[in-house]
Design a protein around this ligand. Structure first.
Ligand code: GRF
Length: 204
C-alpha cells in the first residue's frame, strides 16, 4: 500500500494546514492528514484540526530541552507512520536527530524567495530591504534555518504603499496554492527516489 500520510506540525493560525486540508477535500491532492501536532495548546490550527476530526496532538515545548522535545515528537509520530512531515508555521528549529529520522521527507513553507530573507519576519525584511519582488518557498528541511533543497517558489510583487500586513496577505494567498502542489510532487516522487514507506529507524 502506498503511504500518502501527512503529519502537519504547527504553532499558530494554521491557514496553511487548512489549505492542505482543502486541497485534499477538493481532490487536487491525493493524501491523508494522519495528525496535526502543535507545541502550543491554544494554536487556532490545532482547534480547527480537531473540529475536522483529525487526531490533534499537543506536546508542550516550554521548558523542555530541544533534543528531548524532538524525541517526544518522534515517539508520538512513529506509530502514525507519516510519509511526509509538513511544517506549517511550526515555530521551532528541529534537532539534527529529528531531521535525520525523516531526512528528505520534511517540508517547510517560508514567506520569502529563499535564500533571501530566512528566519523570522521575512515579509518585513523584504520591505525593509526594498526588494520589488518577493514571494514564498516550499523546501525540504535540513539542519539549517530555512535552508535545504527548494521544491517550489512563487513570486509576489511588492506594491507601492505595501505594509507588512498587505504584503503578507498577498504572499499567504500564494503559499496556500503552492504548499499542496509541493506535497503532491514529493508524494509522486517517492516511488522512484527510494524514500521509505515504513517508520524511520536505523538503516543497515
Ligand atoms: C506562514 O507565513 C508560513 O510561511 C510561515 O509561518 C506562517 C504560518 O501561517 N512559516 P499559518 O499558521 O499557516 O496561517
Amino acid at each position: 500500500m502506498e503511504n500518502r500520510k501527512l503529519a502537519v506540525l504547527l504553532s499558530g493560525r494554521g491557514s496553511n494546514f487548512l489549505a492542505i486540508h482543502e486541497a485534499i477535500r477538493r481532490g487536487d491532492l491525493r493524501a491523508e492528514i494522519c495528525c496535526v501536532l502543535s507545541n502550543v495548546a491554544e494554536a487556532a490550527g490545532l482547534a480547527r484540526a480537531r473540529e475536522f476530526g483529525y487526531p490533534g496532538l499537543f506536546l508542550p515545548s516550554k521548558g523542555v530541552e530541544r533534543a528531548e522535545f524532538d524525541r517526544r515528537m518522534l515517539a508520538a509520530l512513529r506509530p502514525m507512520d507519516p510519509a511526509l512531515i509538513c511544517l506549517a508555521g511550526f515555530m521551532r528549529v528541529l534537532s539534527p536527530e529529528f531531521v535525520a529520522a525523516y531526512r528528505g521527507r520534511i517540508l517547510n513553507i517560508h514567506p520569502a524567495l529563499l535564500p533571501s530573507f530566512p528566519g523570522l519576519h521575512a515579509q518585513r525584511q523584504a520591505l525593509e530591504y526594498g526588494v520589488r519582488i518577493t514571494g514564498c518557498t516550499v523546501h525540504l528541511v535540513d539542519e539549517g534555518v530555512d535552508t535545504g533543497p527548494i521544491l517550489l517558489q512563487r513570486a509576489v510583487e511588492v506594491q507601492e504603499g505595501d505594509s507588512e500586513e498587505t504584503l503578507s496577505a498577498r504572499i499567504l494567498k500564494q503559499e496556500h496554492d503552492i504548499y499542496w502542489r509541493a506535497i503532491a510532487i514529493m508524494l509522486e516522487r517517492r516511488g522512484n527516489t527510494g524514500l521509505q514507506t515504513s517508520s524511520p529507524g536505523p538503516q543497515n
